[in-house]
Design a protein around this ligand. Structure first.
Ligand SMILES: [Zn+2]
Length: 338
């Protein structure tokens, strides 16, 4: 079969590789219904992470189980499954606390931009649906695997409550899913910080009540002005840059919470400033496994439509164009059909 391999900056190839096989008895092999390109795939794509050897790409996935290892008990061939991009046993202490992305056996999914993928720790990482879902739900079920799961975690970590005033920093796919998540959690006001018309429109569709296009100090001043000088209860940081983290920290009110899910690149904190800021902060790779059953149910009941975040759909063989389109911001997120 052919799969997606990143060789170096802006060098994505779709090339012949052996089909994945069961390696550990806890593995499953999944035939993907759809996969996609993640914003985090753009870091190595842009050469911002070192690439020492060709990397198999892709960590967002859903599809039909083809084969399971001898120790897998809860998942069987023929089932439709969605998995988290963090693989976990779902039984260790961290998993039991709901932090499966810090599982003692954690692995990160790779190789999902392919027709078939190996999923380690299948019992802990995968959730099966009762029946094969309708075809039109596939993009939304795929979104649960990472982009929605991560946006949801940002809202959860930022302690969004019914009636909360929420600011979302970042209008990429995760930020937009953060808006959807805050809306589902009953936020009273959702301010999306974005300066791109198409993303602003999608944010409004997902539940944003206000758009702020200013950034940095001006953006913070605008949020203060809109909240009577107080700041927001909850801020979702969905970028991971120094400027966006500054913006997130300063938009939250004292006692407010920041959920940060953008992988930090060049972010540093000033201990004294943090001390006097008096704000809650929780971030990291999203424990998507905690949210999978609930979010899959919301999709299956057609209560949410996160699949709308995919504004480009390509055959998997054209994966390189998916990367280019996202890199050049021509697309928010590219769905790939094997
Ligand atoms: Zn665990």
């Amino acid at each position: 079969m052919r799969k997606t391999i990143l060789y170096g900056a802006r060098d994505v190839r779709f090339e012949e590789r052996p089909e994945p096989a069961i390696v550990e008895p806890t593995d499953a092999i999944v035939r993907l219904s759809a996969t996609c390109v993640c914003g985090s795939d753009l870091w190595p794509y842009r050469g911002l992470n070192d690439i020492k050897e060709p990397m198999a790409m892709g960590h967002e996935y859903c599809g039909i189980v083809e084969e399971v290892g001898s120790a897998v008990t809860s998942i069987r061939p023929g089932q439709f499954v969605v998995g988290s991009f963090c693989l976990s046993d779902n039984t260790c202490p961290h998993c039991k606390y709901g932090f499966q992305s810090s599982c003692e056996k954690r692995e990160f999914m790779t190789g999902a931009q392919a027709p078939l993928a190996r999923v380690a720790l299948a019992d802990g990482s995968l959730v099966a649906t009762a029946e094969i879902p309708a075809e039109d739900l596939i993009p939304s079920l795929l979104a649960v695997s990472d982009v929605l799961g991560t946006g949801w975690y940002a809202a959860d970590a930022a302690r969004v409550q019914p009636g909360s005033t929420v600011v979302v920093v970042g209008d990429g796919a995760v930020g937009l899913m953060g808006v959807l998540s805050a809306k589902q959690k009953g936020a009273g006001r959702i301010i999306a910080m974005s300066r791109h018309k198409t993303r602003q429109d999608l944010a409004l569709e997902f539940g944003a009540t206000d758009i702020v296009s200013e950034r940095g100090e001006e953006g913070v001043a605008r949020i203060k002005e809109m909240t009577g000088g107080v700041g927001a209860d909850s801020v979702l940081e969905c970028v991971g840059m120094k400027e966006s983290m500054f913006q997130a920290l300063n938009c939250a009110r004292p006692g407010g919470s920041i959920g940060y899910v953008g992988v930090p690149h060049g972010v540093e904190f000033d201990g004294e400033a943090l001390f006097f800021a008096q704000k809650n902060m929780l971030g990291g790779p999203a424990p998507v496994r905690r949210f999978l059953p609930g979010l899959m149910e919301l999709v299956l009941q057609r209560k949410i439509n996160p699949g709308k975040v995919f504004d480009l759909e390509l055959p998997l063989a054209e994966v390189a164009e998916g990367y280019r389109a996202m890199d050049e911001r021509r697309a928010i997120k590219a769905l790939l059909r094997p």
